[in-house]
Structure formats: C-alpha cells, structure tokens
Design a protein around this ligand. Structure first.
Ligand SMILES: [Zn+2]
Length: 220
C-alpha cells in the first residue's frame, strides 16, 4: 500500500499537471474535471471552476478528511469535494481520485448503461463490469453516497446522467485509469453501433484479473 504524500509544491504541481494531461487527452470538458490526492494532513483538491491554465500550486485547497474546518484564506474547493473526501475515507488504499465528464463515459451514463465485460480491460477496474452510480444532484451528500456504493470493490464507476470517477493507488494510476476508461467507453459505444458486443465469461474475466495482479497492477 502506498503512503499518503506530503503537501508540497511538487505534489500540488503534479495535480495541476494531471489536470492539464486530462485536458490534453480529451477526457476533460471545460472546468468540469477535478482531482484530489490524499496527503498526510487530509486531501489536496482542485479549486472550484478555475481554468487549468491559470491554476498555480498555491491555489490547490487542503481539506481535512475528518470534517474539521479548513485552513483560512484558501479558494473554494471543487463543488464535488464531498465524494472525493468520502471515497478517500471509504478506500484506505486509494491515494487519488479523478472525476471528469468524458464524452463516451457520459453518453453511457446518460443511458444509465454500465460497461459489461466486453473487453478484458474491464478487469483493470476491479470487476466484471464498470457500474453506474445512481443519479443525485451534483455537489450533494446523496451523490457522494451513491458514488461510494458503486465503487465498492471497483476502482471506477460511471455516474448516472453526469460523468465518471476513478481511483488510484497513485495519482498517475488514477489518471491512466480515467483515460483507459474513456477509451473503453468509446470502444463499447462504437461496438454497439455496429452490432452486439460479445461478453467475456466469468472464467475469462478471472484470468484477466489474475494477469493484471501478476503484472503488479492493483485492480481496485
Ligand atoms: Zn461532475
């Protein structure tokens, strides 16, 4: 298990770089994406509604995980800070959370359609599907509860009529997962448009999960 990182300029810059990488990879739309990283003192999270190009290390928001008040003089955290905090509380192994509205993930989320075992990469997210968290209004505790439920034994879920969220044991892994998830969603949507995807069976998926863990890739 990875240890939480220190709140440092390097950690803060790594979050900004990950935001920009998400933009460059085409998985982010505008300022809708947000990222958090577990630190020794809580979590560092991106501020609300700020263009990634304008983001500087001191603008990242440090929030305690135990509900105690935030340090004064900071920007407003992302409006989705509740599910970032609750995921980190529910998953002690998760060191980073990435949320975005990638087009193909969101298209499936609009249909409340999970991604079934249509590709072995589904196993990289911890199970035989990528589930859809129930709909609740953005920025609410209800949404946070739904997302935490959907992420039980998973490192990714779609969010009904909203977008997607992934976790990672490092920030790099979480970012990689979001990009892989959107690639998978795009493949699935394309496959549905030309026919009926063949679903891998439980044995085939178990083999894929085992192969990922043999590579040292934690799937949850
Ligand atoms: Zn969102």
């Amino acid at each position: 298990m990875q240890s939480p990182v220190f709140d440092s300029i390097e950690t803060r810059q790594a979050i900004i770089d990950a935001c920009r990488a998400m933009q460059a990879a085409g998985v982010n739309q505008g300022v809708s994406g947000n990222i958090s990283v577990r630190t020794k003192d809580g979590m560092l999270i991106t501020p609300s509604g700020l263009d990634y190009e304008k983001m500087r290390p001191e603008m990242l928001v440090l929030m305690p995980l135990d509900g105690s008040p935030m340090g004064k003089g900071q920007l407003k955290p992302s409006s989705e800070w509740q599910f970032h905090r609750d995921i980190l509380l529910a998953k002690p192994d998760a060191m980073a959370v990435v949320h975005a509205h990638p087009v193909y993930c969101t298209a499936l989320a609009m249909n409340n359609q999970p991604i079934p075992a249509c590709h072995y990469m589904v196993a990289a997210f911890g199970g035989d599907d990528v589930p859809v968290a129930d709909y609740a209004l953005f920025g609410t505790q209800d949404l946070s509860d739904a997302v935490v439920r959907a992420l039980d034994h998973r490192s990714a879920c779609l969010m009904a009529n909203h977008g997607a969220v992934v976790t990672g044991d490092t920030l790099e892994r979480a970012l990689w997962r979001m990009i892989e998830l959107e690639t998978l969603a795009k493949g699935y949507v394309t496959a549905l448009s030309i026919g009926t995807p063949k679903i891998l069976n439980a044995k085939q998926m178990n083999e894929a999960k085992k192969a990922f863990s043999d590579y040292g890739l934690k799937t949850r």
